[in-house]
Write a protein that binds this ligand. Structure first.
Ligand SMILES: NC(=O)c1ccc[n+]([C@@H]2O[C@H](COP(=O)([O-])OP(=O)(O)OC[C@H]3O[C@@H](n4cnc5c(N)ncnc54)[C@H](O)[C@@H]3O)[C@@H](O)[C@H]2O)c1
Length: 291
């Protein structure tokens, strides 16, 4: 197997034949877990993020965990500092990945921001910020990566991270929920058109997951409500979302295209539900009620 010394911020030798995954919003949370998933399975990984300090820390930590060089970087890992909502930065970022690794097999459009405010309190600037990151970012990154996927002749896989808020409306999510609903439709548009080029596009819609984003916008009361409404009675973990994303990028999902998988502990399946009936069902299941 031939070896190259990758350019950019990578430093050790790595195999040119190993597949490459680009994960946006990869500095922390769900994106970082997805990056780790790919690394653990032999992929070369580019983590892209707007937050350079957190990105640098994440790459250093992974490098230490992998026992790579003293700068904390491994030849299979590339840090890309860019804003997914800026067309010029996205072009430059994809060119950086191309120069370092020479191909992209999987793109995970994970970068996202949340503003949880009522309709009357959401400023136009906040609305635009959410749309620019969550929706424009996916449009731009996919558009920039597709030529690389086509160039290799083997196609590729794109996974867009939507949200349960894109499947169900709720209060305080006029911008966030609308952006994620649009991501779901964008996924289908991309799947239908890019399927012809052998590029599969699917979406994962996580329920609440314990990350910085969730900690920022979920109060203690909201956390209690989520526990009550989710059949599995808990938040998900970034690693559980990464498993679903990884499956969709793998050969095991070779005939899956244009789908949305809710990884949400049953939240979407349950609908709103009635607290009293939920309580009765739980009691019956555990034998504590005869009702
Ligand atoms: N945490 C949850 O409960 C939850 C639920 C459903 C969906 N999601 C979605 O999962 C994805 C990841 O969320 P998370 O919880 O890990 O959030 P997070 O805030 O911990 O991580 C998001 C990452 O995206 C980066 N980012 C933000 N704007 C960017 C931009 N313009 N360009 C490049 N990078 C940018 C951030 O710097 C950060 O590192 C998001 O799309 C989010 O909407 C999260």
């Amino acid at each position: 197997m031939s070896e190259i010394r990758a350019s950019g911020s990578t430093s050790a030798t790595t195999s040119v034949s190993a597949p490459v995954a680009l994960v946006t919003g990869g500095a922390r949370g769900i994106g970082l877990a997805i990056g780790r998933w790919f690394l653990a399975r032999g992929y070369r990984v580019a983590l892209l993020d707007i937050d350079e300090a957190t990105l640098t820390r994440a790459v250093a930590e992974i490098g230490e965990a992998g026992g790579s060089d003293r700068s904390g970087r491994s030849g299979r890992l590339l840090a890309v500092h860019a804003d997914v909502s800026d067309p010029a930065q996205v072009e430059a970022a994809v060119a950086q990945v191309d120069a370092a690794f020479g191909r992209i097999d999987a793109l995970v459009n994970n970068a996202g921001v949340a503003v949880f405010k009522a309709i009357g309190e959401t400023s136009f600037a906040e609305w635009r910020h959410v749309m620019a990151t969550n929706l424009d970012g996916i449009f731009l990154c996919t558009q920039a990566v597709v030529p690389l996927m086509q160039r290799g002749g083997c196609g590729g896989a794109v996974v867009n991270i939507a949200s349960i808020s894109g499947l169900r409306a709720s209060t305080m999510r006029v911008a966030y929920g609308t952006s994620k609903a649009a991501v779901i439709h964008l996924t289908r548009q991309q799947a239908v058109e890019l399927g012809n080029a052998g590029i599969r596009v699917n979406a994962v819609a996580p329920g609440p997951v314990d990350t910085e984003m969730a900690r920022l916008v979920h109060s203690a009361a909201i956390r209690r409500d989520y526990h009550d409404a989710i059949p599995l009675n808990r938040y998900g973990t970034p690693e559980e979302i990464a498993e679903v994303v990884g499956f969709l990028c793998s050969e095991a999902a070779a005939y899956v295209n244009g789908q949305v998988i809710a990884a949400d502990g049953g939240f979407d399946a349950a609908g709103i539900g009635l607290p009293t009936l939920r309580g009765a069902a739980t009691g019956a299941a555990t034998g504590t009620t005869g009702a």
